[in-house]
Design a protein. Sequence first.
Lengths: 396, 141
Amino acid sequence: MTKTREVAVVGVGIHPWGKFPDKTFVDLGVEATKNALKDANMEWKDIQSVVAGMYVWGATDGFNAGQALAARFGETGIPITNIFNMCATATSTFRSAYHVVASGEQDICLAIGLDVSPPGFYGTMGKPSDKDTDWLRWRMMGATNPGYWAMECRKRMEKYGTTEHHLAKAKVICSKHGSQNPDALYKKVFTEEEVLNSAMVCDPLRLFMICATRDGAAAAILCSGDKAKKYNAKPVTIAGVGLGSSLYGDPTLRLGMLSCPTEGTAPLLSESYKSSRMAYEQAGLGPEDIDFVEVPDNSSWHYLQYIETMGFCGPGEADHLLDEDVFAIGGKFPVNPSGGIASFGEAIAATGLLEVHEIVHQLRGEAGVRQVEGAKVGMGQTYGQLGNSASVILKV
Amino acid sequence: MAQKKQYPAVEGLFTCPPEEPRLIGGRCKSCGTYFFPKFAAFHKLGCEQGPVEEVLLSRRGELVSYTVQYYQPPRPFVSPDPFVPYGIGLVALPEGIQVPGMLTGIKIEDVKTHIKVELVVEKLFQDEEGNEALTWKWRPV
């Protein structure tokens, strides 16, 4: 990639995660944005561009989420883009906001993700269509998202000897981290026994091995490096942003598809592989240079698999590293110091910026009792259905 | 009483009537890639993307993974009332692809990977007129 100018994060803010029946998705976004503006010592009039995640569960209003947000603050006619990349949406807004500033088009850009989840487990997003494989998997066999993950998880268990103990321990570690995070929605520390006694949802995945779905919003304000210190004494530099799609021959049974190749000629979760390598290349760093990571732990299977796919250890090695507490805060390589999706619930269009929020606080040294000691480089990744993955590497 | 009718819940995914059914997949004539269903085409990089031929996929394969669906899936799935947990299997076919489907003819506690299964077409749900909408399922041989 051609060298572009440096871009920093000068403000982050969230609306807490939860269920807020009396609020609209815009209300959540307004609070997250206000908090980010405060963090950056800015006012709305300073925002020169917005990249917003589309809120697809709502009506057309949600497709123009950025405009709906601007209406609340006072419209200033700035360029606003709304994008949707499934669960990778928020990290994708961050990437596009980075480009707005790195290209020199604008000096200050807001990335915002805001989401109100429908009640219960997710169903199909689309309208009925017998030419849509995602609709067909629900219609013809009731194959849920946890069901797809469970089938990949069982393959992993057979291939590497991953046990339900590992699946439980991933949740236990995330819950310990989450219990130390004042922003986390779920602060209970789980024991392995409690996880293993929770209801079976999609064998072998139990209820507490799968994330909940919740409402939330998160925002980040990006600023050109030369002006960053004007707004924040501790700007955090964007080292790399990656966006990946799948490779032909990926053996993953992708969520919403009805066939996959048996012999993989590409890595499992190849979109995650590609997205992380793109971010490494841009940053001029490798996985060994990353001090901690926020991975999308939609289930315990994802947690273990992404650690490997992103290159932090070899295939099948995450299990024993988990046993050795390498991924705990205080361990050699903390994973999900925020507590992860396990401690917040997923709000699909906002989660990636929640990760950015955590990474920025860690790199500023403001993470309190869950501080990763000496953290200089942090990474986050979100994955999306049907071949979407976005990564970010931040540094100080 | 008129005999109840049976019909595919969605046309074009498997052969019907239900005797010796086959999944209707696709194969690219240029790059040889197989996929299911027929409309969801994949091609290799550089493939001329010539005509996709309709192929009836092998009836038998190996169960390589499975899950048991313990909670009632939302619509558009139509659940029996009361809901009963059921298996979903992922089956490797000789064509080199894997296709998921509901499991039938086996108790959920008896399901194991690497058993041989074959395709059957069975009731998915009974509609308001009492007719049966059908889907594909995998049954141990």
